[in-house]
Every structure is written in structure tokens, then in C-alpha cells.
Design a protein around this ligand. Structure first.
Ligand SMILES: Cc1ncc(COP(=O)(O)O)c(C=O)c1O
Length: 405
């Protein structure tokens, strides 16, 4: 192994949201931020840049675009051109721009729930309405969406006088970890086309997919992940948002990009980018993207099996606790667990109450499923991207707490 993912974590006092927002004795397994040091190749490049003490306005370099193009070619099998890339400084920020570009105040935005909580907030804080299409898990905990439910949700909104021009698509799915299969993506895009919806596909977790490598079809080889940038038949309605942020744990550097292959769509979103004065890139963020996409793939390739093993061990460990059932997801480093039994055994009324008691009493912080919408009630999300020893210690605290109920 070239990289040591077992290295102990010392993040307290560094301003880390994950660590410094919880008490000293709490193990944080919540926000999607990994407890692994950044790739050493990146640290070397950024350190060299820090030693050149000129942090004035920066230019966007062609190397930035070339790095993203080569990543899309290698990782997702997509041939893009630089004009398709719209640089950004945050995925959620970009979702907000799309909301403003493609809807009017009072309009609806369709989301398939449960889903990443800021999908709600970015709609509501822009004075639009959330139109929810709840998904249901199958027997293996894998979320399925149903076209009938999607249609009904739009129709119900329309009956209330709400026009819905936009849908958010989370692929791979946070919190459920689904890597949508090609036929599912196409069925979804057919629905979007039939109902004349613009699609924002959030693919920030697209590098964390674990199947593949068995000599199957190109998408099987790529872990089953099909980026929407490949769905060229629907390009006139898709904006794909992603970034090196999740893949290389750069949350604090605020990096993202949008891929928009259709010229008309690009023209439609550009005024929002201009209105927000998204001009010169951050000196370090831009360099980090270039470096990660060109030099840090070996780090990611070594990390993925480590995460996969964490997912498997954590799911087995949690499922052994009476009242808990966890499933290994197709992708992401997030484990989705049904905790209804434990809520009842703990004498709690909701997942929110149980999770709060686990933080206070068991000294481990996980995320309550209700945060992802009503469809997430009775579940919890556990971030397994920590050194295995720390992760298992956190899970052990849940088991100990459960034993005493
Ligand atoms: C689906 C999804 N989108 C966006 C983000 C956040 O992206 P950013 O920090 O670039 O806004 C996250 C972070 O967990 C996420 O899970």
C-alpha cells in the first residue's frame, strides 16, 4: 500500500466542522467529509504554492480545463470539450444559480426523496416550492423511484397552481447510495423530456462506485456509474454538477464545475454566473483541482477498496445490533441504516431523538434520516470514511448503548 488510511486522525482545533462542532469525547460519523489526509501529491503542490507568497488575482489556466476533460475521459468515458465546462465554487451554490435561472419565485422544483438536505434548502431559500416525489426502498434497502409517483407529484403541484420547470437528480444517490443503472437513468430522462423539465444532475459522489472491473460493458467497468454527460440524446435539458470536492476530500476549498453540453442551456445559465461575479478562481482551489485530477488518481484507487471494506464491516456490525438493519450501498461512503427497532427499544419517538441521545449518551454522532425528508424517518446515515479502528470504535459505542436498553 502506498497510502496509509489507517493513520490516526487529529483534526480537533483545526476549525473542522465535523470535529469541532461536537464535544471532545464524541466520535463524529456524520457530515460527508473523510477523515483521511489529502493525497500527499496535492500537499506537495499546494505547499510549494504557499511558499510563493503572492496570492493576487489569479487567471483560469488551460490546465484546469484539460485536467477536468481528462478526468471525464478516463473515469466516465466521456469526450467533452472545454466549452462544456462552467467552473464553479460549490455544488450547492451552483444548484441555487440553476434554481434562479430556470424557475421563477413561487415555482416548484421536483426532488426525489429522501435526499441530501440542501436540496430542500436551496429551493426554499430562493423562494421556490419543494415538490417531493418519495422513493421507497426494496427488500435490500435500495431506493427505487417510480414514474407514476413522479407524475403524480407534478400533477398535485399543478393542481395547487404550481408550475414545476426543474428537477434535481442525485446520482449516485445521497443518502441511499444507489448508483442508478442506465435503464433507470434513461427512464428518468424520458420522464423529464415528456414533462418538459430541465434536469440538474448532482454527480458529486460519482467517483465512489464499487462494482465493476470484471470485463463487462463499459459502464460495468466504470463501477456501474453512468454520468448524465453521456446521455447526449437529452443534452438539451441536462446540467451536470460535480467536482473534485468529494473525491479528494476538498470540501473546504469550495471547488465544483458544471458540465453543460448544450449551447442554449449554457446561455441560459450564464447570466446567473455573471450576476454572481464568478470570475477569477481561488489560487489554491484551482491548483488543487488540476493536481488531483492529473496526479492523485492512484490515491483514490487505493482508497476505494478501503472504503468498500469499511462499508461491508460497518453494515455487518450494525445489522448485528437488534433493531438495526444496514445495507451496503452501490456507491458513496455513506451507509443507510433502518433504526426503527432501536428507536423503540431506546424509548425514543423519532430518529432525531435517538440520534441526539446517541450523541449525548453513547458519544457518537450520526445523521438522522429525517434530515433528508419525511421519507427518511426511522433511518440514519453513517459516514464510514474514517480509519477503520475509529469507525469501529464509533459503532461499538452504538452497540454498547443498544445493549443497555
Ligand atoms: C449530493 C451532494 N451534493 C453536494 C454536496 C456539497 O457540495 P459542495 O460542498 O460543493 O456544495 C454534498 C456534500 O455532502 C452532497 O452529498
Amino acid at each position: 500500500m502506498r497510502y496509509n488510511f489507517d493513520a490516526p486522525v487529529h483534526r480537533r482545533g483545526s476549525g473542522s466542522d465535523k470535529w469541532d462542532s461536537v464535544a471532545e469525547d464524541v466520535i463524529p460519523l456524520w457530515v460527508a467529509d473523510m477523515d483521511f489526509a489529502a493525497p500527499p501529491e496535492l500537499t506537495t503542490v499546494l505547499s510549494a504554492r504557499v511558499s510563493h507568497p503572492f496570492y493576487g488575482y489569479n487567471q483560469r489556466r488551460p490546465e484546469y480545463f484539460e485536467a477536468i476533460l481528462s478526468w471525464y475521459r478516463e473515469q466516465y468515458g466521456a469526450s467533452l470539450v472545454a466549452a462544456d465546462i462552467l467552473p464553479g465554487s460549490g455544488t450547492v451554490l451552483t444548484l441555487g444559480m440553476a434554481v434562479r435561472a430556470f424557475t421563477k419565485p413561487g415555482d416548484g422544483v421536483l426532488i426525489m426523496t429522501p435526499v441530501y438536505a440542501p436540496f430542500y434548502r436551496v429551493v426554499l431559500e430562493n423562494h421556490r416550492k419543494v415538490v417531493e416525489a418519495p422513493m421507497v426502498p426494496d427488500a435490500n434497502g435500495r431506493f427505487i423511484f417510480d414514474r407514476v409517483v413522479l407524475e403524480e407529484s407534478l400533477d398535485k403541484a399543478a393542481a395547487l397552481g404550481i408550475t414545476t420547470p426543474l428537477v434535481f437528480f442525485c446520482s449516485p444517490h445521497n443518502p441511499g447510495g444507489r448508483v442508478w443503472a442506465k435503464p433507470e437513468i434513461e427512464a428518468f430522462l424520458d420522464f423529464a423530456r415528456d414533462r418538459n423539465l430541465i434536469v440538474i444532475a448532482d454527480e458529486i459522489h460519482g467517483d465512489f462506485v464499487y462494482a465493476g472491473g470484471n470485463g463487462g460493458s463499459p459502464e460495468q467497468e466504470r463501477g456501474g456509474f453512468v454520468s448524465t454527460v453521456l446521455c447526449t440524446d437529452y443534452a438539451d435539458r441536462i446540467l451536470t454538477v460535480s467536482g473534485a470536492n468529494k473525491s479528494f476530500n476538498l470540501g473546504g476549498l469550495h471547488v465544483s464545475h458544471m458540465i453543460v453540453r448544450d449551447q442554449k442551456l449554457r446561455s441560459a445559465i450564464t447570466p446567473e454566473l455573471q450576476a454572481g461575479f464568478h470570475r477569477e478562481p481561488d489560487v489554491f482551489a484551482e491548483l488543487a483541482v488540476e493536481t488531483c485530477y492529473t496526479q492523485c488518481k492512484p490515491w483514490l484507487m487505493e482508497l476505494k477498496p478501503y472504503l468498500k471494506q469499511n462499508l461491508e464491516e460497518a453494515a455487518a456490525f450494525l445489522s448485528d445490533i437488534s433493531g438495526v438493519k444496514a445495507w451496503v450501498p452501490d456507491g458513496t461512503y455513506l451507509l443507510w441504516a433502518g433504526i426503527q427497532g432501536l428507536i423503540a427499544r431506546g424509548g425514543c419517538k423519532t430518529d432525531l431523538e435517538l440520534v441526539s441521545r446517541l450523541e449525548q449518551e453513547a458519544k457518537v454522532k450520526i445523521t438522522p434520516g429525517s434530515l433528508y425528508g419525511k421519507a427518511g424517518a426511522g433511518y440514519a446515515r453513517i459516514n464510514i470514511a474514517s480509519p477503520r479502528k475509529l469507525l469501529l470504535e464509533g459503532l461499538d459505542r452504538i452497540r454498547d448503548w443498544a445493549k443497555r436498553r
